[in-house]
Ligand binder design. Structure first.
Ligand code: ADP
Length: 374
């Protein structure tokens, strides 16, 4: 359970103790919260003491009595606003006057509790503030994460796409200037290296597009009875050119009409990513087996390869965005580190389970288990 910190500023010890008692076991939860929130209460008997405390610690909520022995609650509120202290203030007002209400609102008070108040009135005001606080925190978090992801996208784009562009441009210039002399084979090598780099860029752009599609609210999912065998066949055909290039054999092992209730576009993305990894992280003369298994409860997509394998330690990192496992074998292989995170996102949409078994030098098996809905 998370906690919100409350600072109670009131000169009457009885009120402070009463508030503590009411809030000690009070919790709030809303359907949109993962967890419920409780409260820890700190206290100050004067405005001066409150300000001292605020210099070292910012509570989430301040319950502030206006009528205090020294400086008044409204002065403390002014201090809070001037110093941009990020706390929600609820004013406690003995003589609820319109003047004070207007003044306090101008200075950013969030709510009022007229004195004397019942425990229920206190709880309902605190509940209100907590909801705001929670939403504010969530928004800030999403904002931060969104920015972080955008930043990663940009650095990825600028680095991973700029490098191949520079390389292709370099090869083209060398060809334009006939810098390799008259030997046509040297130019052929330049062309094939350029094509490799362009393929790498294409894969990366496809990953980014897949991710954008998944994130865009505009994409309408169209769930239907898909012929999974057909989708698997198509995916293998799409991947055949890169398999040939890497000298990897693709093998389908499936009954003719395996059916899965899903959005065919999403299943295509899963298949393409898993098969393409099986090819990319494989050895010459390696194999990629695509198996479809079905029983009365579930349908499994299994992609098995005879490639480099992934260590137990590295397996823990898989499926997170932008994770790439760098070692001697993989360092020259281009990728965005997005493919498996996309596979995971889509699988999660179907509550499908992903499992990985892998052994270094032997190969990897990725299995996605879809529960049958009927
Ligand atoms: P990308 O391939 O674009 O780097 P992925 O998210 O598809 O991104 O994969 C993340 C990392 O996991 C890869 O960089 C690679 O090191 C490792 N990986 C994925 N699939 C395999 C596989 N079949 N065999 C070995 N390593 C793999």
């Amino acid at each position: 359970m998370e906690n919100f910190n409350i600072l109670v500023v009131d000169d009457e010890p009885g009120i402070r103790a009463g508030i503590k008692r009411v809030l000690r076991k009070f919790t709030v939860d809303y359907p949109f919260m993962d967890d419920e929130f409780g409260f820890t209460v700190d206290e100050a008997a004067t405005g001066e003491e409150a300000i001292e405390k605020l210099k070292t610690h910012t509570p989430d909520i301040i319950l502030l009595d206006n009528k205090l022995p020294g400086i008044q609650g409204i002065d403390v509120l002014e201090y809070i606003t001037e110093n941009q202290i990020d706390a929600y203030v609820v004013m406690i007002t003995s003589y609820a006057s319109l003047d004070l209400a207007v003044k306090a609102t101008k200075h950013g008070a969030f709510d009022f509790v007229p004195k004397p108040f019942t425990p229920q009135e206190l709880r309902s005001s605190i509940e209100n503030v907590s909801k705001q606080l929670f939403l504010k925190r969530m928004t800030a978090k999403m904002h931060k994460e969104g920015k972080q992801i955008r930043f990663q996208f940009l650095s990825l784009l600028s680095h991973e796409l700029k490098a191949p562009l520079t390389a292709v441009e370099g090869y083209l210039r060398m060809m334009q200037e006939k810098s390799a002399g008259e030997n046509i084979d040297d130019y052929m090598k330049m062309i094939s290296r350029s094509l490799d780099r362009i393929q790498g860029m294409r894969n990366m752009i496809m990953d980014l597009l897949d991710l954008t599609k998944l994130e865009s609210a505009k994409k309408q999912r169209s769930i239907e009875q898909c012929n999974l065998t057909q989708l698997a066949d198509n995916a293998l055909a799409t991947m055949q050119p890169s398999a040939i290039q890497k000298d990897v054999e693709l093998i389908l092992n499936a009954n003719e009409n395996v059916v899965l209730t899903a959005d065919p576009e999403e299943i295509e993305i899963i298949l393409n990513n898993l098969i393409s990894n099986g090819i990319k992280y494989n050895k010459p003369q390696g194999k990629v087996f695509l198996k479809l298994e079905e029983n009365e409860h579930n349908v499994k997509i299994i992609v098995e390869d005879t490639g480099f394998g992934i260590s137990d330690e590295d397996q823990k990192q898989l499926f997170k965005e932008f994770v790439r496992i760098k070692n001697d074998k993989t360092k020259h292989i281009s990728g965005s580190g997005l493919g498996l995170s996309i596979v995971k996102r889509i699988s999660d949409n179907y509550q499908a389970k992903i499992s990985v078994k892998s052994e270094l030098e032997k190969g990897s098996v990725f299995c996605i288990t879809f529960l049958k809905t009927n």
